[in-house]
Design a protein around this ligand. Structure first.
Ligand SMILES: [Mg+2]
Ligand SMILES: [Zn+2]
Length: 196
């Protein structure tokens, strides 16, 4: 049976925004993230991380480092009884320098390639799914794929709200303090829609 998903941005939403995460020591999981993911697990959502990692294309770090950090992240959640069902990332950038990755791709957010990859590997009810992230590109991703977008104030969020969002045609369905509060809002939406 198809289940809705919550697509969660990584840097600035799951972990502290610290420029390029080019070493495991820079990967610090934000407060409330484990609890948020656990709540989504219990409420029947796929939990899927979607991330732009152009540092690979730019030659700042190897793709293996991204995999290493994702193994660490999954392990941390597993230890805390929270499950991430999928992790999809874009290692590309047209302005990069690493052959094979320095390309114009269809998976760099706000393009929808990562969502399409996720839909190929699991049964997702996209029309009832959400994107949570700290950048306007996450909200645009939601719009492009027919989902609701929630902007969080962690990471680049506050700056995006002040300096980028006013000039964007697309607006978030909600602005939340952080991932935990974004998930609370999603739960309320779900409850409201079940009453309808
Ligand atoms: Mg981000
Ligand atoms: Zn890509």
């Amino acid at each position: 049976m198809k289940k809705p998903a919550v697509f969660i941005d990584r840097d600035g939403t799951v972990n502290e925004q610290r420029g390029y995460i080019n070493h495991p020591s820079r990967f610090i999981i934000l407060p409330g993230v484990v609890e948020a993911i656990r709540a989504l697990n219990h409420h029947g959502f796929h939990v899927i991380v979607v991330s732009n990692q152009s540092g690979v294309a730019r030659g700042y770090f190897p793709i293996d480092l991204v995999h290493e950090i994702h193994e660490f992240m999954k392990g941390h959640f597993r230890k805390n009884r929270a499950t991430v069902d999928g992790i999809f990332f874009c290692p590309h950038h047209p302005g990069g320098s690493v052959p094979g990755y320095a390309i114009q791709c269809n998976c760099r957010k706000p393009k929808t390639g990562l969502i399409e990859q996720a839909c190929k590997s699991m049964d997702i009810d996209l029309s009832n799914s959400y994107v949570v992230g700290d950048r306007c590109e996450d909200i645009e991703l939601a719009e492009h794929a027919g989902m609701k977008g929630i902007l969080v104030k962690t990471g680049y969020g506050l700056g995006e709200i002040d300096h980028v969002l006013p000039f964007k045609a697309v607006k978030p369905a909600h602005i939340g303090e952080d991932l935990f509060h974004a998930v609370q809002w999603i739960m309320n939406e779900e409850r409201a829609s079940q009453k309808r």
